[in-house]
Ligand binder design. Structure first.
Ligand SMILES: Cc1cc2nc3c(=O)[nH]c(=O)nc-3n(C[C@H](O)[C@H](O)[C@H](O)COP(=O)(O)O)c2cc1C
Length: 174
């Protein structure tokens, strides 16, 4: 089975989370395709999908939102996991839900939605973003928790493997 791991990212940190998820799934023997959400139009070719987005001003980026909407029917027919990347700092802020994806979970029948801390790199921000970050006193830095990301990816691999490779193993194997 091929798993699509796709994410919308403005400054690169969320696509790196998608790549990390892809590496874990690959290590577990799954075929993966990691792609920017803006380059994906259909999900029919994939047996399962992990879809994520960076959160900006309380919302997913358009490319990820658009894909979830336009492919909702196809997504609902295969295992889907959603993730958001946004909160910044240690402990991460905002500490409440940074984005409301309830409708998206409903429409795509997603199994889970996970929130991961993100990265705020001053050198990558445009002037408008810098102004907002300054006004919000957002802490700068890379707060991505790779252990949490990899652990989540491992749970996805565990769920998918019985649907694929493991059925080919000899009887009696765990
Ligand atoms: C202008 C601006 C607005 C942001 N708004 C939010 C927000 O509403 N909620 C949140 O959790 N994170 C917010 N963030 C943090 C980003 O989601 C975080 O930096 C993320 O890791 C960026 O991902 P990217 O590098 O893939 O674009 C904001 C960052 C900027 C620069």
């Amino acid at each position: 089975m091929t798993v699509l791991i796709t994410a919308a990212s403005r400054h690169g940190s969320t696509i790196e989370i998608a790549q990390a998820i892809g590496r874990v799934l690959q290590e577990r023997g799954l075929a993966v395709d990691v792609r920017e959400a803006a380059t994906v139009t259909m999900v029919d070719a994939y047996e399962a999908v992990v879809l994520g987005s960076a959160v900006y001003m309380g919302a997913w980026l358009k490319a990820a939102r658009g894909l979830a909407e336009s492919e909702a029917t196809a997504l609902a027919q295969r295992p889907v996991w959603l993730f958001s990347s946004g909160p910044i700092g240690d402990p991460p802020r905002p500490d409440e839900q940074p984005v409301d994806v309830a409708a998206m979970i409903e429409e795509t029948k997603a199994r889970e939605h996970r929130i991961f801390a993100g990265r705020l790199d001053r050198h990558r921000l445009n002037l408008r973003e810098k102004t907002i970050a300054l006004a919000l006193r957002a802490p700068l830095g890379d707060f991505r928790d790779w252990a949490a990301i990899e652990a989540w990816a491992a749970t996805i691999a565990d769920t998918l493997q019985p649907l694929g490779d493991r059925s080919a193993e000899p009887a009696g194997q765990p």
